[in-house]
Design a protein around this ligand. Sequence first.
Ligand code: GLV
Length: 304
Amino acid sequence: MRIYVTQPLPEPSLGDLLEGATIEVGESGIGEDQLIGRVSEVDAILSTPPVPITARVLSAAPRVRIVANCAVGTDNIDLAACRDRGVVVTNTPGVLTEATADLAFALILAVTRRLHEGEALVRSGTWTGWKPLELLGVSLEGKVLGIYGAGRIGSAVARRAVAFGMTVFTVVAEDGPERFEELLRCSDVLTIHVPLTPETRGRFGDAELGRMKPGSFLVNTARGPIVDEAALVGALESGRLRGAGLDVFQHEPKVHPGLLSRPDVVLLPHLGSATEEVRLSMARMACEEIARLFRGEPANNRVA
Ligand code: GLV
């Protein structure tokens, strides 16, 4: 069995669960064109979120029977093209729920309490000591946390919010427009936890950001293209939004220059699931799916 793995993974995973297979591991930053040259002989692809598994890639990989994504989101994969070719697609739900909810909450705290600005001040060597008016943020207690998406991660964020004394208002992508409007209107902090789909792409554009509660904060640890970054810069510039915390970007790994220069924005490099424990579990789950398929067993987490 030949397997192409799009980026290096934590071990023990490949060497342990796929022992005996011929494995080629790509390097970070590999794109569609490079991938096409490397998959012509492989039986399985173990993919990672930034690497697009498109219909072109699948056409160049006639032997492939499974794409095992080392992520819960599968928006990097053309699921319809996989279905058409009878290629199984799997993902890694569950194991990353708490770590991603932790990171969302870390961003909520960072942006409302201005942690990045405080850290920069101390490092600059110009801090002169405690002042009653220095870097005042906003308390979470008694505020409304709007959660867009009530799946595993959204629900885990809701539990944390309750412990911080917040009121939770949850909306799912399928809810009608009134509830979405209420989410925009009432959230002091709005955090996004829906998958990227044709319905959620660009869901937060000029109009929606312009109807958010004045002085509120937006946090996104789901997928970048759900938020229009140019519109977000506009909403921050106008003062409609007071800050934003982003772990994902519209054109990842590029970040809108208008965000890079703003002190009211906290930017992280897609770290939602990035703990040693979770990334190892994700890698092992993806390897296990490939091993199962070639043993003739059904997938644990099949999405196509
Ligand atoms: C990471 O972004 C994932 O979807 O697991």
